[in-house]
Design a protein around this ligand. Structure first.
Ligand SMILES: *[C@@H]1O[C@H](CO)[C@@H](O)[C@H](O)[C@H]1NC(C)=O
Ligand SMILES: *[C@@H]1O[C@H](CO)[C@@H](O)[C@H](O)[C@H]1NC(C)=O
Length: 307
């Protein structure tokens, strides 16, 4: 009886071991990490945006980028095109420099969890921002919008970036399987959305001010940029400017919109494809351009490029 019992236990243990192993194979555990491959992909994808933010904020506040501040993190990827030191007031420079160093930390956090990839080619030139603003305004601004001209312009240009990362992290979260990936993404999301909130709050103070030399207010700039993202993301309404029709404000009761959110004030989610359409500026995840002239890296972005 005892022998029968013991061997039954032994057999079920053996089955358990076998089934655990085959489950592990099914998850395609990558060689150096215990993360499922799908988690690896979802953690590597945001590196594209984190590299972009790191370079834009470093260049804007310091006049140089990762090659000087954290060369190892570039893994030999090409230097960005068009970065330069912005003409920032002391408060904006202080805040942007903090963001810049935060992005360095984000890159390190991701790359110490997954292998990642070298810095992709990034276009952070004034011309690229001017083109995005022209697309948003549906006309050509004269003179062209220059993100590096002053603190307000740099904040408006910054409005273009962390929010996209934020929606990407919200979108990635429910797809993640492992505790480690969820913890990292929640941590990145927290700081990314805090950056977006700081940018929005600083702009909100000046919402009704005109952006010189244009006859366009700060609120209108944010509204147009958000509209453009809704349009080229192609998955509906997920982006809102600083002042909205009352029915789009919190609880449908207020037009001030210092923080974007859905009807329950819950953050919007975007898929990697939507994010690529937006950062490429082409509305098509297979056609690179914009901030990433050669396209993004990592399995998700590369597989979109093959189509
Ligand atoms: C695993 O680690 C080895 C040695 O550190 C390295 O050569 C290899 O590229 C790594 N592979 C992956 C998939 O990270
Ligand atoms: C995106 O671009 C690819 C490659 O040019 C093309 O085959 C595809 O039809 C485009 N998708 C859309 C929705 O326009």
């Amino acid at each position: 009886m005892l022998t029968y019992f013991t061997s039954a236990i032994f057999a079920s243990l053996l089955l358990l071991l076998i089934s655990t192993k085959s489950e592990g194979d099914e998850l395609s555990v990558s060689r150096n990490s215990s993360l499922p491959l799908s988690d690896v992909d979802l953690l590597e994808f945001p590196l594209n945006l984190e590299y972009l933010e790191a370079e834009f904020f470093l260049w804007g506040s310091l006049g140089y980028g990762l090659d000087k501040v954290a060369p190892k993190l570039t893994a030999g990827g090409p230097p960005p095109v068009g970065g330069k030191k912005a003409n920032l007031d002391p408060l904006t420079r202080d805040v942007i420099l903090q963001f810049a160093y935060q992005e360095v930390g984000h890159l390190r956090a991701i790359k110490s969890t997954v292998k990642g990839f070298p810095r992709p080619l990034l276009d952070i030139s004034a011309e690229n921002f001017a083109k995005i603003i022209n697309d948003a305004m549906k006309r050509t601004l004269i003179p062209p919008f220059d993100p590096y001209a002053n603190g307000l312009n740099f904040l408006l240009a910054s409005y273009i970036i962390p929010y996209v990362g934020l929606t990407g992290y919200v979108g990635a979260n429910p797809q993640l399987q492992s505790f480690e990936a969820k913890r990292l993404v929640a941590g990145l999301l927290g700081v990314e959305s805090a950056q977006d909130a700081v940018i929005r709050a600083l702009l909100y103070e000046r919402a009704l001010q005109k952006v010189q030399p244009y006859d366009i207010t700060v609120a209108d700039f944010t509204d147009r940029i958000s509209d453009l993202r809704n349009c080229i993301g192609k998955q509906g309404f997920k982006d809102e400017g600083l002042v909205v029709p009352v029915e789009l404000g919190a609880e449908g009761r207020i037009s001030g919109n210092v923080i974007a959110g859905d009807k329950d004030s819950v953050a919007y989610a975007r898929s990697p494809e939507e994010i690529l359409r937006i950062v490429y500026g082409t509305g098509n995840e297979s056609i690179p351009g914009g901030f990433l002239p050669w396209g993004g890296d990592g399995r998700i972005a590369r597989s979109c490029l093959k189509h």
